[in-house]
Design a protein around this ligand. Structure first.
Ligand code: ADP
Ligand code: MG
Length: 619
């Protein structure tokens, strides 16, 4: 398959009129910059002709920083000052990081700010700053090879990245002096690179196996518009794991046992990685370790890595189920990530999806290429392009309502950008402020979801409960960032926040929250019913108290006593957890209060009719 044509023949503008835009794949293992030049997409190399920049930064004692392959060589000798895979820490709290990584790879410190920092000999650095170092190198590389300053960039992020992780990525771009036009999802970028937006409508799968992570995304293309239907993956499975199983095999062959020193272990892992890459093109690789030479055949490699490849198919199944599409509906499978160069991976994925996967574009560079195409459009080089990218909200966004209940405003898997508004009202007479609590998750009760932020709307005119109209608007922008605003419609008073949670959810947390919501669905419905009855009971008791205050003298002592008894019974049951009993108590109270209600009504009518002719009311 040929690369898609970027500009129509004859339509290309003069070079000096074109704005320079690049796409950046800020990867866990490797990063890359690409651009569109005279209608061709190319990745940009450094002065040594290398395209991939290892995502590694070395902080030296004299405060100089090395980025890329130069930094990588310090990984063995000076691991604490050589930061790699920093993408895993983006938008995460120290707690999140500790939960995933044990023992911690670096010397983390919790500072006053919410962003944890890593102690290095050149000072403390945050994940955002480390990423900015990588981005700066790519920026310089692009400006050097394009000969001018960049107008804008598109940076890619995993589809499952949450608000905090996206925000952190955007901040890193800004810190590197880049004008970040947009963040787009990696699978979407890969699909764009293959021109699937120009192809016929249908569902596609993007299989991304990188150095340390695996992601599968199911996208729907409709008239050139992409929609992410579902994502799944394994944040701890990638090419590195292939290296480890080969390394274990080497250790076995050399009868070294597990207890070997770190430097030898690192040498073995390095040799394993080289053998793995050799076997993509050769049938046999020789490995030299500890003055012994071993041979590893492609068949042996396949046997070693088969269980790991198999492990990637489970998330594939899950993603299809989540997206509610059948395997037969998948009309293309796009391969992304360095590890999909392995022929065995291609074969197994092809077998699973029952079709040969797309591999024509180098899987290392395909994401950066798609990002470059999108950047070129966004910067205005392709005037009448209709390329519009749509992604989805990974978890439902909503707010807390009375009784600890979650009202979902933007449901999970809604395509973004999205704006949804809902009207709310005050709960109490004369209520002049409303506190708005924004939450994320699939569960019905607030404590089971994740709190994203709070703000309050003050200055609501004191009205009778239920008559103020407060419109709450949720807006998720094209980068996946959430803004929430509230407006009281009669006065126009407004308040809002940009939801910037200090830390993000880990993808396994997202997964857990989704699983929980399925597991607890019944429980949740029961809990919801209970809360609804409790809120209703509160309302009834409050209204009754107010009415007794005003018109209590309409009742005989006996009547009053039976109402008080029924109300007392309801107040007692209300704090329990039997929603049916609460309902029955409410009905009982209704019955004994009936005479009071009708007497009040009569009296109100009499008051209203005083001085009027009865016929006026019959008109
Ligand atoms: P990431 O998206 O995590 O930054 P990449 O897509 O750059 O990662 O993939 C890096 C992984 O690809 C590494 O584990 C590397 O060993 C593996 N890889 C690169 N080239 C080959 C190859 N020819 N054969 C097998 N694996 C390869
Ligand atoms: Mg990648």
């Amino acid at each position: 398959m040929a690369l898609i044509q970027i500009s129509e023949p004859g339509q290309s503008t003069k070079p000096h009129e074109r704005k320079l835009a690049v796409g950046i794949d800020l990867g866990t293992t490797n990063s890359l910059v690409a651009t569109v030049r005279s209608g061709q997409t190319t990745t940009l190399a450094n002065e040594n002709g290398e395209h991939l920049l290892p995502s590694v930064v070395y902080y030296a004692k004299d405060k100089t920083r090395l980025v890329g392959s130069e930094a990588k060589q310090y990984k063995i000798t000076d691991p604490l000052n050589t930061i790699s895979s920093v993408k895993r820490y983006m938008g995460r709290s120290l707690e999140d990081i500790k939960a995933k990584e044990s023992p911690l790879h670096y010397d983390f410190i919790q500072t006053n700010s919410t962003v944890p920092r890593i102690k290095t000999q050149a000072g403390e650095v945050s994940a955002i700053e480390v990423s900015a170092e990588i981005l700066s190198v790519l920026k310089k590389r692009a400006e050097l090879s394009l000969g001018d300053e960049l107008s804008g960039v598109v940076i890619t992020v995993p589809a499952y990245f949450d608000d905090a992780q996206r925000q952190a990525t955007k901040d890193a771009g800004r810190l590197a002096g880049l004008n970040v036009l947009r963040l787009i999802n990696e699978p979407t970028a890969a699909a764009v690179a293959y021109g699937l937006d120009k192809a016929s409508d249908g569902v596609i799968a993007v299989y991304d196996l990188g150095g340390g992570t695996f992601d599968i995304s199911i996208l729907r293309v409709t008239q050139g518009v992409f929609e992410v239907l579902a994502t799944a993956g394994d944040s701890a499975l990638g090419g590195d794991d292939f290296d480890y199983v080969i390394a274990s095999w080497i250790q076995q062959q050399l009868e070294l046992g597990d207890d070997i020193d770190k430097s030898l272990r690192n040498q073995i892992i390095h040799a394993a990685c080289q053998a793995k890459q050799t076997l993509t093109t050769e049938r046999l690789a020789s490995i030299n370790i500890a003055s012994t030479t071993l041979e590893l055949s492609r068949e042996q490699l396949n046997n070693l890595i088969d269980p790991l490849i198999k492990k990637t198919l489970m998330p594939c199944r899950r993603a299809l189920r989540d997206a509610q599409v059948e395997l037969e509906e998948i009309k293309a499978v796009v391969m992304v990530g360095g590890s999909t160069r392995i022929l065995r991976v291609r074969d197994k994925v092809g077998e699973y999806f029952d079709q040969p996967p797309m591999v024509d574009i180098n899987p290392d560079t395909v994401v950066a290429i798609g990002a470059a195409i999108q950047a070129d459009v966004l910067v205005g080089n392709k005037a009448d392009s209709d390329l519009l990218l749509l992604d989805v909200v990974p978890l439902s966004l909503g707010l807390e309502t009375m009784g600890n209940l979650v009202e979902k405003i933007i449901p999970r898997n809604t395509t973004i950008p999205a704006t949804r508004a809902q009207d709310f009202t005050t709960y109490k007479d004369g209520q002049t402020a409303m506190s708005i609590h924004v939450v994320q998750g699939e569960r019905e009760l607030v404590p089971d979801c994740r709190s994203l932020g709070r703000f309050s709307l003050k200055g609501i005119p004191p009205l009778v409960a239920g008559s103020a109209r407060i419109r709450v608007t949720f807006e998720v922008d094209a980068d996946g960032l959430l803004h929430v605003s509230a407006r009281e419609e009669t006065t126009g008073i407004e308040s809002g926040i940009e939801v910037k949670p200090s830390y993000g959810l880990t993808d396994s947390e997202i997964e857990k929250m989704l699983l929980d919501s399925m597991e607890h669905a019944d429980e949740d419905i029961a809990a919801r019913m209970l809360h609804e009855q409790q809120v209703e009971a509160d309302r009834v008791l409050e209204a009754l108290a107010a009415a007794l205050d005003d018109d209590g003298d309409m009742l005989s002592a006996e009547e009053r006593q039976s109402i008080d008894e029924a109300a007392g019974n309801l107040a007692k049951l209300k704090t329990g957890n039997d929603d049916r009993a609460i309902k029955q108590a409410m009905q009982a109270l209704d019955r004994v209060a009936e005479v009071f209600v009708s007497r009040r009504m009569d009296s109100n009518i009499r008051k209203a009719m005083a001085g009027h002719n009865v016929d006026e009311f019959n008109a």
